[in-house]
Design a protein around this ligand. Structure first.
Ligand SMILES: [Zn+2]
Length: 198
């Protein structure tokens, strides 16, 4: 179901998974397709999000403790959709959060109401809450397509003329190509059984 949601979105944008294409997944294309914008706020908090939305002319009630720190936040109502990420996070982390919020926007709009609060987003683990697990898997599928990872593992073996392909080496290389964190990449490679145990 999650893989379907990701491939539907890819089809809409005309970007099927293509291991021959180098570089990171162009997240902005997916955002545009869904009429979502993304905003990076330093020290992302509930109060900061509410303040930003009000400044944009979105009438919104107080959502709780304004000082509460957030990992991410999605606002979606009518034609307005904004994913908030933490400006202080590393690029890989911000991209994971953005893709996670994209997952909520694609899969959970009916059940989430106007706002979805992410107090914590764990990149290298499977969250307990189903909705969070789904959003994480969406992000993982979108940012780190299995076919790309498998193709790069084979390339690495050919390049170094070795039979084994250490997962750590592969994770470093792929994390910098796809602009995700090394932790997220190692977790993904391990889950897929791509690369050899270090
Ligand atoms: Zn979430």
């Amino acid at each position: 179901m999650i893989a379907d949601a990701v491939s539907d979105l890819r089809a809409r944008v005309g970007l099927p998974v293509d291991p021959a294409r180098r570089g990171p997944e162009p997240l902005d294309r997916f955002f545009t397709e869904l009429s979502l914008s993304h905003v990076a706020l330093p020290g992302l908090t509930l109060g900061g999000v509410v303040e930003h939305l009000r400044a944009e002319g979105v009438p919104i009630e107080d959502l709780g403790d304004p000082t509460a720190p957030l990992a991410g936040f999605l606002f979606a109502a009518g034609r307005i959709g904004i994913a908030f990420v933490r400006a202080d996070d590393t690029l890989g982390r911000r991209r994971f959060t953005a893709a996670h919020e994209l997952g909520h926007a694609v899969m959970h709009r009916a059940k989430m109401g106007r706002c979805h609060v992410d107090a914590d987003i764990v990149e290298a683990n499977d969250p307990t809450l189903e909705i969070e697990r789904e959003a994480n898997r969406f992000a993982v599928e979108l940012l780190m397509p299995e076919a790309v990872l498998r193709a790069r593992a084979e390339e690495l073996k050919r390049e170094f003329k070795v039979r084994a392909c250490p997962r750590l080496v592969l994770a470093y290389r792929l994390a910098s190509e796809l602009l995700v964190s090394r932790e997220a990449m190692r977790y993904r490679l391990k889950a897929l059984g791509v690369g050899d145990d270090d």
